[in-house]
Structure formats: structure tokens, C-alpha cells
Design a protein. Structure first.
Length: 317
């Protein structure tokens, strides 16, 4: 990815595709594609809103193969963040709970950093397309098409990563402590009631979309990373529910239950029955409310609020 230096065009904060600098008025991307960006100061919220709207239009207009491919990448990237987080969490029971959660959240931040810097399409970030939709620059059908294709792509990427990481024997490392950390995480998620997952999903994607929103202000890769880490660390530390991350956690845990050899259970001193909530019913019972909550948290609490603040016709300069 090309860095944004002085006269360069700052990249799209979500896909890494070079973007035009926001202006005070709404103009076409083609008309301003070569406009220079002055200085290194972060963009201000009104400019961030213009950028979010323009990016939303471009995302909605992607062809199906591009959209799906980048969706698969995002699912894999978030899964890699989850793998890092579980690995860091393994064997951390002797640490204070807050410290252990903090470390897990910092590690998980890798996922969204990869999405934003390397370039990918993440369902939970793409709910911000509602800003372009509210401005009538994206049709309802195009919005739903993007969400559907990207969601499916995220799922495929997450499941592909599950297959790869299980084949690597990752869950058996450290005398099985990584596998038990994964199983405990998944069991806790699958055991939550619908309303609890829904509200945790709302809070989660409010933080995720705030991370993406703040990344829209960035002029450099360093800016983007610094904008992403605190909100992502916060949602993981708080135990909120991210639908795409759960596309990895729960299928990976179900796969461990299915393929773990007797030696794994002997080393860990547990049995598959200990994690009874980790099954297909538990997966669906988590994924549905988490997805609904993620849409509400990102689209309403972040996208709609900033659209009202900065993109209503009466507010445009």
C-alpha cells in the first residue's frame, strides 16, 4: 500500500484504496482524483463525514467478485486477530482479570489493522454505508447487496482460517492451554441469552465503527493504527460481541470438539461435555443477535448520528 505523504492522496481508511481528499462541497470523485492534499494534520469530523460518504458510494459500486474477494480477506484477517487474542489469553488465569482482557484486546486489534491497512471489506465496518444511503447516493438495493456479499465473504474467510489453523495443530500447543482458552471463550459466547448478545453486539460495533470513523481522519498508516487500537481493545476487554469474530470462535471451537485426540483431553483435564453449549444451536443463537446488534450499533449509533451532525443538507457548507 502506498503511504500518504504531503502531496499524495490519502488511502481509503477501510479498503486501502487511494481516496480523494474531502472538500467542503460534494463533488464527484473523478473531478477531484488528482487534487493535492496539503500538510499532515488529521482531517476534521466534517471532512471525515464527506470521506465516509464518498467511500460508501465506491464500496456499493464494486463488482461482485471484488466485493466477495475482499470480504473473504476481511474474514480471514479478523480470524487472525482472534487467533492472536486466544494465544495471548492462554495461561493468563493468574493475571488480574482486567490485565488479561487488556492483553487479549490489544492482540485482537491486529484484525482490524489488517482490514484497514492491507485493504479488505468487513461487514461490521460496512454498516457505515448508511451515511451514503441517507444522502441518497446509494440505493437500498445496493446497500443490502454490499452487506450480503461481504457478510458471506467474511464467513468464508473465517471458516477457511478455521480449517488452516486446526490443520496446523495450533489448539494443542502449550499442553492444550490454547485449545481450552478457545473452548472457554466460545462456550461463554454460546451460553449468553439473546438480549444479552444483542446489546453486546450494539456496543461492540459502536466501538468498531468509531475506530473506522477515526481512521477516516488519518493521513498515514501510523495514524490509522493509533486510531484503531483503543476502541478495538475496549470492546474485546469488555466482552462485547462481534459477529465476524464469532464466525471464527464458535466454528473453531466446534471443530476442536470434533477432532481433538484423547491426548488433548488428558493433558487439559477436561472433557467435551464441559463445553456443552458449543454446538450449532449455540452458534446460530449467538450469530443472529450479534449480527442484528452490530447493524444497530454501527448504522444507528455511529453512522446515522454523524450523518445528522455533518451531512444533512442544511449542514453542508
Amino acid at each position: 500500500m502506498r503511504g500518504s505523504m504531503g502531496g499524495g492522496r490519502p488511502p481509503d481508511a477501510t479498503t486501502g484504496v487511494p481516496d480523494r481528499p474531502p472538500s467542503a462541497t460534494t463533488v464527484t470523485a473523478d473531478a477531484t482524483a488528482s487534487a493535492p492534499t496539503q500538510g499532515f494534520d488529521a482531517l476534521l469530523p466534517p471532512q471525515m463525514a464527506e470521506r465516509a460518504e464518498t467511500i460508501g458510494v465506491r464500496k456499493a459500486g464494486q463488482d461482485t467478485l471484488t466485493m466477495f474477494t475482499l470480504g473473504v480477506l476481511a474474514g480471514a484477517f479478523i480470524a487472525l486477530g482472534a487467533i492472536f487474542s486466544v494465544t495471548v489469553s492462554a495461561g493468563s488465569s493468574e493475571l488480574p482479570v482486567g490485565v488479561a482482557r487488556l492483553l487479549a484486546g490489544l492482540a485482537f486489534s491486529l484484525g482490524l489493522i489488517l482490514v484497514v491497512v492491507a485493504g479488505a471489506e468487513l461487514f461490521t465496518g460496512n454498516v457505515l454505508l448508511v451515511m451514503a444511503w441517507a444522502s441518497r447516493r446509494v440505493r437500498t438495493g445496493s446497500l443490502l447487496r454490499n452487506w450480503t456479499i461481504v457478510y458471506i465473504g467474511n464467513f468464508v474467510g473465517a471458516l477457511g482460517t478455521v480449517a488452516l489453523v486446526l490443520a496446523s495443530g495450533w489448539f494443542e500447543l502449550s499442553d492444550g492451554s490454547i485449545g481450552t482458552a478457545l473452548l472457554a471463550t466460545a462456550d461463554a459466547k454460546a451460553s449468553k441469552p439473546f438480549l444479552e448478545v444483542l446489546t453486546a453486539g450494539i456496543l461492540c460495533n459502536a466501538l468498531v465503527c468509531l475506530a473506522v470513523w477515526m481512521a477516516y481522519s488519518a493521513r498515514s498508516t501510523t495514524d490509522r493504527i493509533l486510531a484503531i487500537v483503543p476502541p478495538i481493545t475496549a470492546f474485546v476487554a469488555a466482552g462485547f460481541e462481534h459477529s465476524v469474530a464469532n464466525m471464527f470462535y464458535l466454528p473453531a471451537a466446534m471443530a476442536v470438539l470434533a477432532v481433538a485426540p484423547p491426548d488433548f483431553w488428558a493433558e487439559t483435564g477436561t472433557t467435551a461435555a464441559t463445553y456443552a453449549a458449543v454446538d450449532m444451536d449455540g452458534f446460530i443463537g449467538n450469530l443472529v443477535p450479534a449480527t442484528i446488534g452490530n447493524i444497530i450499533g454501527g448504522a444507528v449509533l455511529v453512522g446515522a448520528v454523524y450523518w445528522v451532525a455533518y451531512l444533512r443538507t442544511s449542514n453542508r457548507a
